[in-house]
Ligand binder design. Sequence first.
Ligand code: ZN
Length: 380
Amino acid sequence: MTRIVSRFPLPPMSLGTERHLTVHTYGDPDATPKAYLQGGLHAGELAGSLALHHLIRRLDAGEHEITGHVMIVPIANPIGQSQVMRGTMSGRFAESDGSNFNRGFPDISDELADAVRGRLGAGAGTNLALVREMIADILADLAGMAASEIDYLRITLMRLACDADLALDLHCEEEGLVHLYIDTAHWPAAEDLARLLDSRITLLTDPTPAMSFDEALSAPWRRLTETEARANVPPGCLSSTIELRGAADVGDALAEEDADRLYSVLQHYGVVAGGDEVELDSDTPVRAVPVEGMERIVAPTPGIISFRVPLGSEVTVGQPIADLVDPTADDPAEGRIELIASCDGLLYARRAQRFAHTGATVAKVASNRPISGLTTHLTD
Ligand SMILES: [Zn+2]
């Protein structure tokens, strides 16, 4: 299968250095549907990057015709990957400005709403094409004004993905089950995506100011459904943050499984031929909750973590899920507190380091009921 490899240079921030994004594409660039896949935006989260390596190998084998357009960015954050702090990659936050690499993507909702005002009609296809054209124009203007390498990186990733029907951003937890974040506007239409990726829980989100990558791609479309309510505007980009287990769950065997699942996704959504060969039990219930139903179990004091329950446990309210131990206590009997679940639900992520400073998240439980009062966007 013909694959084109392109390199997009990032503007250097110091003399004698240059980084670039490597992009692999298949199929006619004008063909639809388009799927965009990236890994390693949090640079140390490598499961997605290795899965994409195997997906490239599988697509190269040419089993099926490419009926749409596929774009793969296996290493989406060469800046973060180059941040080595005393021998360890520090790929989640930018050392230059402290920002989380998966926050602060440009929210172009206002500009887009202005650009298309009065120009949309009853034809969904025509609207889709016009909106995508406007989005591309807005992002091209923003790229010209980028003030730093990181800003330019964020805008470039959006420019590569913004005309995709399906945009998948591959991450991982410290320790975790496979789970997805998807904009509520795409639910339950995106249930099949969750099924095909064997997601154990799907967290449904609404746009917030945090602007993770998947949010920045879906938020402008959400806005149009409000500002252009009379026009026929489909939610043009199904974007999802996919957490592929934990940071240490990286290896060829798992990555090949993930690549096979991603390949099935491409088939199911018509990007690669053979969608009718994909086994999909549409009757299987898919577990999903609003992201407000994600409960963080937080350490109220510092201590050594001793978990009582493994990942994937169905916990009940009041159940101890871990002990926090303080070996410096005068009385060992008092140097231990229980951390309990405050809701019934699925324990789907745990802290990897077995020490918690005060306020650290020790585990995450997807509640069977939404928790009120949580408004922060919690995409990893
Ligand atoms: Zn991440």
